[in-house]
Design a protein around this ligand. Structure first.
Ligand SMILES: NC(=O)c1ccc[n+]([C@@H]2O[C@H](COP(=O)([O-])OP(=O)(O)OC[C@H]3O[C@@H](n4cnc5c(N)ncnc54)[C@H](OP(=O)(O)O)[C@@H]3O)[C@@H](O)[C@H]2O)c1
Length: 365
């Protein structure tokens, strides 16, 4: 039996992880489930999967429906959980601490939480190479590279659906509503990543994520807009061969690959290329989506910039979702933060949290 722990089990990736576990209950035992609060959804999951532990960020009780509680103040206790694999499906910068603790302790980690990879990139360079990615593009690249071990690579290509505003004019973006930004054409995801997908900042974070996970320089990581979202990632090898990873968009595929390290049977709609007829590819429009360019620049600058970008984005997306700024101001807000900060580079987790705190303190209001 594989012993598995899922942080962020009540979210979009977390729930889909439990869908996979439901199919493979005879192979996997759930040691821990985790969320930010003691919600009804978490209660139902705990009653169904009966994990030994439950992580609840803000909760004072010692037990939750029969499971022992670890909370935000005792997060180090995660290391006591006897788990063969931890999955981090927490959203945003809240996922950083667990990624750090688990990797530092040598635990096996699969993560969808890209923010932790981007923010820990400079201080955990070596450890991050051990992480199994769940983000679909990175899983695609990981799957291709794993089956082509040793073959020299020219570059990798991450695909982007283009988000809900791919065909909108730049001027039309001024009046985008929250509902329109949350209406992703291909993926059903949490709110933060859905807004990031609409600005294309998500793809910028993914470029930085790919740099830290796979060790490729930025000139070897390309982004191609591919609205059908059938190809998730491609690798170009030294002999000119391209290998593409294709499927209907469904997070259960990368999740299952991360859990089992291979291909288990899943009930996925079969891919019919004749029915699809054609696939299309475009260069990203950096003028309409300037956050993609800004993110790649932050990645190339390294040092504090990937962290500043991530935190500024988290604040900006919150402001947009609560109606305090317009969609187009997400870019101007992040650009202002990135161009006005001057902090020393973090050397450890304490420094990193100090940096995050200072950015929050200075720019939240
Ligand atoms: N959704 C996708 O298809 C997808 C695809 C690729 C990558 N990702 C990445 O995967 C991550 C999760 O995305 P999502 O769409 O699944 O997000 P989501 O639906 O918003 O779910 C977030 C999860 O994190 C938990 N959480 C939030 N704050 C927490 C905290 N402080 N401590 C512990 N748990 C906390 C939430 O618990 P509560 O329910 O209690 O709030 C929930 O379980 C993100 O980094 C995203 O970029 C997502």
């Amino acid at each position: 039996m594989l012993k598995l722990s899922v942080l962020g089990s009540t979210g979009s990736v977390g729930s889909q992880t439990l869908d996979v576990l439901r199919m493979y209950k005879y192979k996997v035992s759930t040691k821990l489930l985790g969320a930010s609060k003691p919600s009804e959804k978490l209660k139902d999951q705990v009653l169904e999967f009966k994990p030994e532990y439950v992580y609840i960020e803000k909760f004072d009780g010692r037990e939750f429906y029969g499971s022992k509680v670890i909370n935000g103040d005792s997060i180090e206790k995660l290391l006591e959980v006897e788990s063969d694999l931890f999955i981090n499906a927490v959203s945003g910068i809240s996922g950083i601490k667990s990624t750090y603790l688990l990797l530092k302790a040598g635990k096996k980690l699969a993560t969808a939480n890209k923010e932790s990879i981007v923010c820990l990139g400079e201080i955990l360079k070596d450890e991050l190479k051990r992480v199994v990615p769940i983000d679909s593009e990175h899983s695609a690249i990981y799957q291709i590279i794993s089956s082509e071990k040793g073959n020299p690579i020219n570059r990798i290509v991450l695909t982007a659906s283009g988000g809900p505003f791919l065909y909108w004019k730049k001027e039309e973006l001024e009046d985008v509503s929250v509902d329109e930004a949350l209406n992703h054409p291909k993926w059903s995801m949490g709110k933060k990543i859905t807004v990031d997908s609409a600005t294309l900042l998500n793809k910028g974070l993914e470029v930085i994520e790919a740099h830290y996970l796979f060790g490729f320089e930025y000139d070897k990581i390309d982004v191609v807009v591919h609205p059908e979202s059938i190809i998730h990632g491609m690798v170009e090898f030294a002999d000119g061969t391209f290998i593409a990873n294709m499927s209907h968009p469904d997070m259960r595929i990368p999740i299952s690959y991360a859990i089992f390290g291979g291909r288990e049977k899943l009930e996925i709609k079969p891919l019919n290329l004749v029915e699809l007829g054609s696939l299309s590819f475009y260069r990203p429009d950096f003028e309409k989506f300037p956050l993609l360019k800004l993110a790649i620049e932050c990645g190339k600058r390294g040092s504090i910039y990937p962290v500043v970008l991530t935190v500024a984005d988290e604040i900006a997306v919150d402001k947009f979702l609560s109606g305090n700024i317009k969609f187009t101001q997400i870019h101007s807000f992040i650009e202002d933060v990135v161009s006005s900060v001057n902090f020393p580079e973090p050397k450890d987790l304490l420094d990193l949290f100090q940096l995050i705190e200072e950015i929050y303190h200075k720019f939240r209001h």
